[in-house]
Design a protein around this ligand. Sequence first.
Ligand code: HEM
Length: 409
Amino acid sequence: MTGSLLDQLGNLSDDDWGGSNPLSLSFRNNPYPGLRKLRETDPINQTPLGVWRLTRYADITNVLKSSSVSMTLADGSSPSFDPLDTKGDFHNFMLNMDGNEHLRLRRLVIKAFTGNAIKMMQTAIDEAVSKAITKGLAEGGMDICDDLAVDLPSRMICRIMGIPDSDRLIFQKWAGERTKAFWAKFLPESEQLKVRQAGEDLANYFEDLVKARRVSMKDDLISELIRAEDAGDRLREGELVIQAIGLLVAAYETTTGLIGNGLLAFIKNPSQIALLYSKPELIDNAVDECLRYDTPILFNWRVLEKPLNIGDKQLMKNSVLWLMLGAGNRDPERFPDPDRFDITRSDRGHLSFGGGSHYCLGNQFARMEGKTAIRELLTRAPNIKLLEDEMEWSNSFFRVLSKLPVEFT
Ligand code: HEM
């Protein structure tokens, strides 16, 4: 996108976006009224960027299941990533691939995920959660965001990758900045520069880490990625580094969103805390309801390989679609009374992990962390009071809080 188009975008009002401008503060603070309006008034909506937004559950799932969609435009470029991005470039991350190329990378990474690195994680998660909550209880409160929702996923993904704890905070910073690569094409140049720099820093770091592991393997995911083999095939050096960066970014703030947004939903609905307290067996359902109710990823994308007639619209081949997962998750046609947070809801078919061949590869790992953090906090500290009325949401591609200070009463 040219600088001038980006400048024009800055001058567009929320109305130009049908009341749902993803770059606006009001959308960041609460996207759901705008998404609801879109779904009710213009469910297949063309944005000022030319991109189409789909907001109905059925339309989104049909596209996710379709075999006539791609992750890239007809010329092979990404509809979302920065074309000037160089090192640490997501163009070679599995999420940007189709067909056999995608399957090959996904298979190799899954092999690494079934190794020892993941098996050892539940104990590490239990320990980190218990420590954070014990400290919070001793202090009478905590910032759920910093002390648990950010701290746990950042510790766990670094540990699993084999990144020493002394480098964790710098990684947290790089990963947070690199998250914006998922829509860097639409960001102002000043932001793009930071995203590019984070990609370069991460790539340099991982290149060194891979070199070190080639000399001396350990029980971590980088070693498993080096070892991973599928019918004689292995990850090449550059591929390995990009998948590692992609995994780090995909795993970190998303899980922060699950824990932070989920606990916020509980605190605002104390009857659901009491229900979980009396029926702990509802925890798996509760985690899925957290994901449905306030998803960490509001939209993903696909490109049409063939024209598509949908609702009253005809979309041309090569159209870019944003699948508004946050809107589909609150579609009353699928989820009755969708704005109610209800952990007894039997329908767990939310869209928060996407779908089709790209369905989130880390969903089990994310659930493991989310389940432990949410269950332990609400069991050990069921009386929680928010210390602020207005929530501050982070300026991220993902939907994550900046802070969530609470008191235990
Ligand atoms: C609650 C936390 C998480 C959420 C909400 C989430 C959500 C998503 C979504 C929406 C996609 C895109 C799917 C699509 O376009 O159809 C995705 C892909 C992916 N996620 Fe997650 N994710 C989470 C955690 C994780 C974790 C912990 C990991 C790794 C440890 C991970 C690794 C990946 C990978 C590798 C992909 C790309 C898969 C592919 O292209 O085949 N995610 N995730």
